[in-house]
Design a protein around this ligand. Structure first.
Ligand code: MEV
Length: 436
């Protein structure tokens, strides 16, 4: 093994050469990587600035799902995702619900969380008793960092001291909540937390009965468990209005089977994980399209799904007094300013397509996309089964791979209209077509 030193300092060209050295045809591989570099050097520079050791770009399809009605407003929702059935499912569910009043969504709160983790070897009672004094001192100490955010209406909301010697001897947390208005706010929160550490050190140094040496800051970092930054989305209709949901079942039977499917996901972890993955199909695609951090949303979603100690479905479905309702509640810490949202040209374009939403509006749209995908997935699962739709998409992928002529494509599509799709079956049929 040869350890590469100073790799990040090499030119893109050199990095590419090294990156493809294990490929069967390094020259062809390098050319392929180069072919994905953006022709506009300014855009390429932005992309390279976002990350590190960039040797190419990795394009994913940029799709749109029309007919999303959220709180009475119509949206064309940009979705970046490689799974074609997701966009088809979102579009079909959006259209279905558009005819039934669309999605209703509220943001319950936009409060975000951060923690300063520290050890305190002094008198714990004295520390707990001084918290009011500490809070006033820290708010003043971090004022240069919070001033701008406060001007925009945001800032630090709450500061709490948590003694957690149950986890580690002398371990405390300063648990802070923030409102970052339309920004995702990670940098703002982390800067405040790091300033809190400096501020606490100064406080202990200058306050009677405290010693700076008793204080050992350990970590200052936001928490992705934004269990207060929640969006709640729902869609309802009369049972009879579900008639068009499927040709296979009566509206009543469809609703009954749908509710049972969700009930299973509320209690069984194997089903709940897949059920929630279906929700995240829609959510992540919107998050990626708008330049937000999908890993953060994923982490929060799954932690929230397990908040009772049992991992459960994030969505619910009910039939009450003849009304069928689906709903979804989940953390959704999104931003529409700062970070990648305005830096990445397509993220910025997505926000423009969405008519430049506020963070709350984007939370509602992403939630609606999640619920739409969940509805479409459970509808397929409880009626036709998921494979018929997936296989149609799979067939398109196989056709693409086999580089068929337009005429062959038509024949293959007609042939597999009502047959099981497999790569081998399509290849055999194509061979037959091509045999004179
Ligand atoms: C596939 O990407 C998503 C589903 O598995 C979701 C679900 O099972 O609910 C279809």
């Amino acid at each position: 093994m040869k350890i590469l030193k100073g790799f990040s300092k090499l030119s893109s060209e050199e990095k590419r050469r090294l990156a493809v050295s294990s490929c069967a045809d390094p020259e062809a591989a390098k050319e392929e990587l180069e072919s994905f570099i953006h022709p506009d050097p300014d855009i390429q520079q932005i992309l390279e600035g976002i990350s590190e050791n960039t040797v190419s770009n990795y394009p994913l399809p940029y799709n749109v799902a029309p007919n999303f009605i959220v709180n009475g407003k119509q949206y064309m929702v940009p979705m970046v995702i490689e799974e074609s059935s997701v966009v088809a499912a979102a579009s079909s569910a959006a259209r279905f619900w558009a005819a039934r009043g669309g999605f209703h969504a509220q943001v319950e709160s936009k409060t975000k969380v951060g923690q300063l983790h520290f050890l305190f070897a002094g008198d714990h009672n004295r520390l707990n008793a001084a918290m009011t004094e500490i809070e006033a001192f820290l708010r003043n100490y971090v004022a240069p960092v919070t001033r701008n955010m406060e001007r925009r209406g945001g800032g630090i909301r709450q500061l709490q001291l948590k003694e957690r010697s149950d986890i580690l001897g002398n371990y405390f947390q300063l648990l802070a909540t923030f409102d970052t208005i339309d920004a995702m706010g990670a940098n703002f929160i982390n800067s405040c937390l790091e300033e809190f550490a400096e501020g606490l050190k100064a406080f202990f140094k200058d306050t009677e009965d405290f010693h700076a040496d008793d204080f050992e800051p350990l970590m200052a970092i936001l928490s992705n468990y934004n269990d207060k930054c929640l969006v709640h989305v729902s869609a309802s209709c009369k049972l009879e209005e579900l008639e068009e949901a499927t040709a296979l079942l009566s509206a009543r039977d469809f609703a009954r089977r749908f509710v049972m499917a969700v009930r299973i996901a509320e209690s069984d972890v194997y089903r709940a994980t897949t059920h929630n993955k279906g929700i995240m199909n829609g959510v992540d695609a919107v998050i990626l399209a708008t330049g937000n951090d999908f890993r953060a949303i994923e982490a929060a979603a799954h932690a929230y799904a397990a908040r009772s100690g049992q991992y459960r479905s994030l969505s619910t479905a009910t039939i009450e007094n003849g009304i069928f309702t689906i709903s979804l509640k989940m953390p959704m810490a999104l931003g529409t300013t700062g970070g990648l949202t305005r830096l990445h040209p397509l993220a910025s374009r997505s926000l423009e397509i969405l008519e430049n939403p506020t963070a709350s509006e984007l939370m509602r749209i992403a939630g609606a996309a999640g619920l739409a995908n969940n509805f479409a997935a459970v509808r397929s699962l409880t009626t036709t089964g998921i494979q018929s739709g997936h296989m149609r998409m799979h067939l398109s992928n196989i056709i693409l791979q086999l580089k068929t002529t337009p005429e062959e494509t038509e024949k293959i599509k007609a042939r597999f209209e009502d047959k099981k799709v497999s790569y081998q079956a399509v290849v055999s049929y194509l061979e037959k077509l091509r045999t004179p």
